[in-house]
Design a binder for this molecule. Structure first.
Ligand SMILES: Cc1cc2nc3c(=O)[nH]c(=O)nc-3n(C[C@H](O)[C@H](O)[C@H](O)COP(=O)(O)O)c2cc1C
Length: 189
């Protein structure tokens, strides 16, 4: 093989791809967006910080999702990072044919974001309002690169809801607070 070339398997089987990426433990986030008709929401694990200055996040939304089309039209949305006790919310917001976000949250504390008009779920680990700045088509998903307009709240403590090997888990012990050593981590909270 010539220098600089990379060996790529002709086609990585989708199950192998899922198994590998399933080993990347991730948090679980609910995105909400309002359009002329209603409030909508979707559970995603593909949500991450993208830039510190300016503060940007990214979210990846499947083109097959009914919300995809809404995210193409609407720039403003809200994101709530779920806490360990909010597993049922993650399920509610991922069911195919789910009702509007307003109905899904009718029995739960929430508020409407003043900047995005998106519904912000209370009791999460953090919530923020975002504005899509860039959309990038990536395979069967669209990557939303969004600026964070406001951080609505950050929980002082609490464990995260996690997704790992295709299942929800909460088996993480939050580290004890104390002095941090400088490790080069660009995201110390
Ligand atoms: C744990 C979990 C993580 C998910 N992560 C994503 C994601 O990152 N992006 C995405 O588009 N859909 C993701 N989904 C799928 C959506 O939540 C939803 O199930 C899917 O869009 C089907 O509903 P819809 O077609 O009615 O939108 C995830 C689902 C689950 C259960």
């Amino acid at each position: 093989m010539a220098r600089g070339t990379v060996a790529v398997m002709a086609e990585v089987p989708v199950e192998l791809f899922k198994a590998a990426l399933g080993r990347f433990a991730s948090g679980v986030t609910v995105l909400t967006v309002r359009d002329d008709l209603d409030d909508h929401g979707i559970t995603v694990t593909a949500f991450a910080s993208a830039s510190l200055q300016p503060p940007l996040v990214l979210a990846s939304v499947a083109a097959s999702s009914y919300l995809h089309e809404v995210f193409l039209r609407q720039d403003l949305w809200a994101a709530t990072i779920l806490a360990a006790g909010q597993r049922s919310l993650a399920t509610r917001f991922s069911e195919v044919g789910r009702p509007s976000a307003r109905l899904l949250l009718a029995d739960l504390p929430h508020r409407r974001g003043s900047l995005s008009d998106g519904l912000i779920i209370e009791g999460g680990l953090a919530a923020m309002e975002c504005r899509t700045e860039q959309r990038v088509e990536v395979g069967d998903h669209t990557l939303l690169v969004a600026s964070v307009l406001d951080v609505t709240y950050v929980a002082e403590r609490g464990a995260p809801l996690l997704h790992y090997t295709g299942r929800y888990t909460t088996s993480v012990t939050p580290p004890a607070s104390g002095p941090r050593r400088h490790t080069g981590d660009p995201w110390p909270a």
